[in-house]
Structure formats: C-alpha cells, structure tokens
Design a protein around this ligand. Structure first.
Ligand code: MTE
Length: 331
C-alpha cells in the first residue's frame, strides 16, 4: 500500500485521458466481429459446465448504446499498448455460474437481478466490524480508474477499464487484528434470484480468498463500475473483486461479505476440483492446467493467440509476495 505500483501508463488511465482513450477504443471496437468474440478456445473448467454453442455465439446481441463519436485519428493501437475490449464484449461474454454456465447467456439471465438496496458486511478479525450500504461504500473511498488485463483460467483474456478503490483501503478502515492472516469473500446466496445456485455440483455460495499481503497490494481493487458506468449484474454488480495477477475465478462477483480470518479459506473451485484449482491461482504460463496448456491465451476480439505472461504481466508489482514459495506446488 505504501508505494505506487510501477505499471505501464496504458494500464492506469487518468480521468482526463479517459474520454480520448474511450473514443479510440470505440474505433477499435468497430473492427471486431462477433465471430471473433465467440472464438474462445477453452470451455468452462470443472465437470458440469455447458459449453457455449456456435449458435448462441452467433446470436450474441450487444446491449449497450453504440457510441457514435469519431475515433481520434492520430492514435493507434500500438500507442495504447493493449487495446481495451469493448463494453459490448466485456458485458456479453461472462463467467457467472450463479446465472448460467453459458457465457453468452449470463447477461440475459442476470438482467433483472436486483442490485439495490445492497449491503456488504465486513467482519471477522477486525476492530471495526460493520454492515455497510453500497451507497455508503461508494462514498467512503475515492473511485479510481484501473485498466487491467483479465486472464481467465480457461485461457481467454480481455482488457477492462474498471472503476473502483483499493481493497486495502477498506481493510485498513476495518482495523485488522494481528491474528488476521487471510481475507474470505462471499457472493450472495439466493437460489431464487440466482437460479444457477440450484445446481448441486457446487458448494454455494461462491467463496474466494486472499492472503492478507495480497489483499493489501495496491493492484487488488473492489470494483463498482467499468467504462465509467456502474457495473451491470453480469459483471458482478454492485461490488466485485479484481485481482489482475490471478486467474479470473479469484475475482469474485456480487460480494455480500468480507471476513478477515486466521486460516486459509477454501473456495468454490477448490472444493469442486482441488487437483485443478488451488488457493493462489497466480497466472503462470509454466504450470499447465491438468487439462490444457496455460502458455498462451486468446484475447477476446483477436484472432490468433498471445503468450501468457507470468503474473499476467504484473510480476514487477507482485512477484515479491511469493519469494521462497514453489508456485508449481502452490498453484
Ligand atoms: N464470481 C461469482 N460469484 N461467480 C462466478 O461464476 N466466475 C469467475 C469470476 N467471478 C464467477 C465469479 C470467473 S471463472 C471469471 S473468469 C470472472 O469472474 C469473469 O469475470 P467477467 O465475466 O466479468 O469477465
């Protein structure tokens, strides 16, 4: 928390450059085809996931209002670094098993999920436990923009302009006790509102965890929005975790509780397939998933594959957290 992360300029965008950046992305987005959008190589990891069909992919219908402003003629994708994915891509290709295992169906199934009022409980080993209304949480911290790569364990990836605030700020305000070693997050558990939770394959609610030092790293944020708009249900509204150096499944959506605990918590995916999904889940091209390679990834909207980077390209900021650890064993 004490030092500013040294990350490339294109990954953290100031408020003032956001609009210009956005205009450029609109131009880039126009060139993307729906066929490319559907060209994700890997299907959902553990046992019972339904694979998105070609037909469903062809039917994917973006819902956002098209932005008709002209792109800036002088800027190129190279100057941007990694081009952003479009709002349409980010909000129409989602993993959110509480609603559907079909990535293209999540937005439709989650459309009416009620995200207000919403409370988040912060508790466990803290001096100041509390239950906060989402509106209060939004006002408690400065909302920053963070442009991060998201690398799914299924070997697809996107670049997303999030709005949010460092998780560490919320944890510091809660006053961690010295015995607090881990943070445990939970998603809402309501099988009526989240029909996927009627599936008996998984140990609902979706649970995830971080070690305290990981949680306090400035790159770990709680997101409230993307592309300057409040999160939509399919993206994890109203509050989700974003941990860009870890596989996407660590970035738990629609959080209702955050507890500081002494023992390493389990997670939905660790419970579902412990040989495939570990606690750390740091993006690591050298450690393959038991059923596929993690050496490369398909960036949604691009043809071909990109090399996967250690820690998803954030090694400079976070590799030190794992000094002395064998990351092939602590996967
Ligand atoms: N959080 C919950 N509660 N339920 C989920 O199914 N899926 C995870 C993660 N967070 C998931 C979740 C996975 S596997 C990924 S890759 C990311 O959300 C996807 O985030 P996105 O849909 O915003 O791209």
């Amino acid at each position: 928390m004490s030092r500013l992360p040294k990350i490339p300029w294109y990954e953290i965008t100031s408020e003032s450059t956001y609009l210009n950046r956005r205009q450029l992305m609109v131009g880039a987005g126009a060139a993307l085809s729906l066929a490319a959008l559907a060209a994700c190589g890997m299907e959902a990891p553990a046992a019972p996931a339904a694979a998105p069909s070609e037909a469903a992919a062809a039917d994917a219908s973006p819902t956002a209002t098209p932005d008709t402003r002209e792109p800036m003629a002088s800027a190129t994708a190279d100057e941007l670094g990694d081009p952003l994915n479009s709002f349409e891509q980010i909000t129409n290709y989602n993993n959110f098993y509480e609603f559907s295992t079909d990535k293209e169906a999540v937005a439709r199934v989650a459309k009416d999920f009620p995200i207000s009022p919403w409370t988040v409980t912060v508790g466990g080993l803290v001096d100041n436990p509390g239950t906060y209304d989402m509106d209060d949480i939004r006002g408690m911290f400065d909302i920053e923009e963070r442009i991060y790569r998201l690398r799914c364990v299924e070997a697809w990836s996107m670049v997303i302009p999030w709005q949010g605030f460092p998780l560490g700020k919320l944890l510091a305000a809660a006053g961690p006790k010295s015995e607090a070693k881990y943070v445990r997050f939970k998603t809402l558990h309501d099988p009526v509102l989240m029909p996927g939770q009627t599936s008996t394959w998984y140990s609902w609610p979706y649970t995830e965890g971080l070690r305290m030092d990981e949680a306090m790293n400035d790159l770990a944020i709680l997101s409230t929005g993307l592309y300057g708009k409040d999160l939509l249900p399919q993206s994890g509204a109203p509050l989700r975790l974003v941990v860009p150096w870890k596989y996407g499944f660590k970035s738990i959506k629609s959080i209702v509780s955050i507890d500081l605990v002494a023992e390493q918590p389990s997670s939905l995916w660790m419970d579902a397939a412990p040989n495939e999904y570990g606690f750390y889940a740091n993006v690591n091209p050298d450690v393959n998933h038991p059923r596929w390679s993690q050496a490369s990834e398909r960036r949604i909207g691009e043809s071909g594959r990109r090399e996967t980077l250690p820690f998803n390209g954030y090694a400079e900021q976070v590799a030190g957290l794992y000094d002395g650890m064998d990351l092939s064993k602590n996967f």
